[in-house]
Design a protein around this ligand. Structure first.
Ligand SMILES: CC(C)(COP(=O)(O)OP(=O)(O)OC[C@H]1O[C@@H](n2cnc3c(N)ncnc32)[C@H](O)[C@@H]1OP(=O)(O)O)[C@@H](O)C(=O)NCCC(=O)NCCS
Length: 180
């Protein structure tokens, strides 16, 4: 496990699948993601089986927070598109428990995966795409040290309008260990 203060990242288990389906069918969660269609339990089970065949370092991790004596799962985070030669990767995150948004957990989980990416996987660059209207996500990424690298104009279509997609990235040389 990747353990931080009050937040940890662990491998997903098959028993987590119903919770993933519940979260990813919530329109408020989905609006920040590339998903736009309802998701079935069967489809998520297939995704899980396929996920197990992916390179271990690209398999997503479950975000858990300490809730008194127990750990409670609240979302997922993961690195993907790891480029071994350029030492770069993309990162994706969602917190499915929306009652827990804006309490710093997204920032903490992202800080943990950045530490894992830079210090364990020896990456040099981690980037992400974010919808320009996802202000909470952008703020969380800025707090982690991501910088704005570009804007793909009207690159996505959701809720009846085109929205821009921002490109944000962080280099190992910009990353501050004391943030974790
Ligand atoms: C994006 C996400 C992971 C962020 O996690 P989180 O735990 O809510 O984030 P944090 O609490 O660490 O940080 C959010 C910051 O945005 C701020 N914020 C929230 N809404 C905002 C708004 N409309 N305008 C400006 N800032 C806003 C919060 O106040 C907080 O900043 P602060 O700590 O300086 O006050 C979470 O909201 C989520 O999973 N959303 C649904 C899926 C998604 O959009 N994933 C990202 C895809 S790129």
């Amino acid at each position: 496990m990747i353990i931080g203060e009050g937040v940890r990242l662990r491998s997903p288990e098959r028993t987590d699948i119903p919770k993933f389906v519940e979260w990813l069918n919530d329109p408020d969660v989905r609006t920040g993601l590339l998903l736009y269609l309802p998701l079935s339990l069967d489809a998520e089970q297939k995704w899980f089986d396929n996920m197990l065949t992916m390179p271990a370092e690209e398999q997503p991790l479950v975000i858990e927070i300490q809730d008194q004596d127990e750990w409670k799962m609240i979302g997922n985070i993961g690195l993907h598109k790891i480029d071994q030669r350029c030492r770069s990767a993309e990162v994706g995150i969602f917190i499915g428990e929306k009652s827990l948004w804006n309490q710093g957990y997204g920032t903490k989980a992202m800080q943990l995966i950045l530490k894992h990416g830079f210090e364990t996987l020896n990456l040099n660059r981690i980037m992400l795409d974010v919808f320009a209207d996802n202000l909470g996500a952008i703020r969380a990424y800025e707090k982690c040290g991501f910088v704005h690298e570009g804007r793909k104009r009207e690159a996505a279509y959701k809720n009846g309008i085109y929205v821009d997609i921002l490109i944000m990235g962080i280099l190992r040389s910009e990353w501050k260990i004391e943030d974790v």
